[in-house]
Design a protein around this ligand. Structure first.
Ligand code: ZN
Length: 317
């Protein structure tokens, strides 16, 4: 009998201890940390502003910026869930989604802001025939822009020798005449212009108006688990885009924390880019899909409704 009373007492004690434990842990609920991958390029500007404001800590979340040296490394981390999201080339994100990674694109990284660079002696696009032209990755808007430029000027994509090259190498490769031109994320185009080794052959909007390039993607498992944090994050991101678009002294300070670039180069690459309208629109998205299929880069790109989630951005209006 005494033993039974003792056991009941022990059970009640354990229940009380575990109940107290639960209460104290729920009181201490931590804000989620959103780990966002980026490459140190002008195109990730809204993230730099966001991480710069309030030291990157907000009411419902904190942001941790995770720097990568290449797109494949960033995509491996994103696909494996080592980061929660990224500012990434839309084609790479669409390809990952096509391959079954559950990603959602919630905003653009920027609009415009790419230039087709050539060495000074290239006067017309046909001067590039038989020459080597560099792109950062086959799944990039830069590759698609090259395709559009060749079509626009009555040439074929195959008329140039296309090579993939790490972006930081491109200005030196152009200066050393190893390549006749390149198209890549900024500030690598502006570097050649400022140094005088290259010139702007076309601005992206002359070849493909309103072309999309970088998008902000999040893993859908993160969104489902942290809706409140995601809502606040997207809101802050859009506001940060508007701050970046001012291109004022604060922008130079914020960008300087995340990318090593001379002010003169950054100033020029900021002249070419806009960050103020970051909603992903269906017509522009469908154009990306259509060119990817045409170039044999994708058989079945994800449908707009499956991949793009504008719900957070649309609630801001
Ligand atoms: Zn971009």
């Amino acid at each position: 009998m005494l033993k039974r009373i003792y056991l009941v007492f022990l059970a009640i004690s354990l229940i009380l201890i575990s109940a107290c434990g639960q209460t104290s842990s729920s009181n201490k609920k931590e804000k989620p940390v959103i780990k966002i991958g980026y490459l140190p390029i002008t195109h990730a500007g809204p993230l730099y502003m966001l991480a710069h404001v309030n030291g990157g800590e907000f009411e419902h979340y904190k942001i941790e910026m995770v720097k990568f040296g290449s797109w494949p490394d960033l995509m491996d981390a994103l696909n494996a869930g080592k980061i929660d999201g990224a500012s990434v080339l839309i084609e790479l994100a669409m390809k990952a989604k096509e391959q079954g990674i559950d990603l959602k694109a919630v905003a653009l990284g920027h609009k415009d802001g790419n230039v087709m660079i050539t060495s000074p002696e290239i006067k017309e696009t046909k001067d590039l025939v038989g020459k080597t032209y560099a792109i950062p990755h086959k799944f990039s808007s830069h590759n698609l822009l090259l395709n559009e430029m060749m079509k626009k000027d009555g040439l074929r994509y195959e008329d140039v020798n296309v090579v993939e090259m790490p972006p930081p190498e491109m200005p030196a490769a152009l200066a050393e005449k190893r390549i006749a031109g390149y198209v890549v994320a900024e500030p690598f185009g502006a570097i050649s212009v400022v140094l005088g080794h290259g010139k702007v052959h076309y601005h992206s909007e002359e070849v493909w108006p309103s072309s999309y390039c970088c998008v902000l993607v999040l893993r859908n498992d993160f969104i489902k688990k942290h809706r409140k944090a995601t809502r606040e994050f997207v809101k802050q991101y859009v506001q940060s885009g508007k701050s970046a678009h001012k291109k004022d002294d604060e922008v130079f300070q914020a960008f300087g924390k995340f990318m090593q670039v001379e002010d003169e180069v950054l100033k020029l690459s900021l002249e070419w880019i806009s960050y103020d309208e970051l909603r992903i629109e269906k017509d522009e998205y469908d154009k990306v899909s259509q060119i990817m299929v045409e170039m044999g880069l994708s058989e079945q790109p994800p449908a707009y409704g499956e991949f793009v989630d504008n719900s957070f951005m649309d609630k801001l209006k």
